[in-house]
Design a protein around this ligand. Sequence first.
Ligand SMILES: [Fe+2]
Length: 338
Amino acid sequence: MTSNASFSDRVKGRSAVPLWEIFSDVVFPNPRPLLDPRHWKYTDLRPLLMESLDAVAIEDAERRVLILSNTPGHGITHSLFCGFQVVGPGETARCHRHTQAAVRFVVEGGNAFTAVDGERLYMSRGDFITTPSWTWHEHTNNDETPLIWLDGLDVPLSNFMQATFAEVHPAGNQEILRPDDDSVRRYGAGMLPIEEVPGHQHSPVYKYPYDQCRATLEALRKGPIDPAHGHIMKYADPRNGGHVMPTLAAYLQLLPEEFTGEALRNTASQVFFVVEGQGRTEIGDETFEWSANDVFVVPNWVWFSHSADNDAVLFSYSDRAALENLGLWRETRQWNPA
Ligand SMILES: [Fe+2]
């Protein structure tokens, strides 16, 4: 015993540790979620978003965002960031770029655009917009009402990898290089140029309009339904069917009236935004009642299931793309499909 302790101390005295002393702390049989599930009601947050328009000038804020903080590092999960961003009438949030990748889901929009990589993308409610890693982006609201969207980023993951770079555009605004919504028309209509599309690691489509995506979900009603997800579709890179980005996956799903979903769990941590309808989601041993514009978060490897009172549409994003790329994606369903 004495000699063992002495050996251990001598090892530790050389900035080393015997693996057998800590094996169960670093190699465990299944994930150990460190998160709590949580639910944010939009009716609680929207008044604060409106107040923030007066609380801070856009020039002083860089981005006027209320973070949905669920970890000590202000992630909504260990890998994901989430916030509501507001741009007031007539305001522009100046152009910048960073290695952290972003997705946006428009909550309240009008005559407003996000410019990404030299292209203006006009923002209507429900539109899904990507801002891939290291692409210039800025936001302009030409409407008379505030512009609000949900921001989803891989900030904690990127920061954990200590691969974060960021800079402000030297001119304040980027040069517009293509017609408005060009990527949607060029790559988002089920056709591609016969030449190879530039080899980004992300989808060449920067906006997935809600009217098109919603119509797709509606058409799915005529086919089979997934017992856990309802009618669900992935926002996809049209070149290869992959996720829109190497780190972030995003989905839109329709839960028909009185849908009661079966439970599943997987290694992704997931953020849900309620686009339409009302219902509830059981996450672990808690139940969260949600309605339009609410956000809730499902930790990794925790059982969850959705139910809808009326037709409900959920947008979600997760770190599934990163997990798949790293060979760490796994999912378990309660029922046996065989
Ligand atoms: Fe940004």
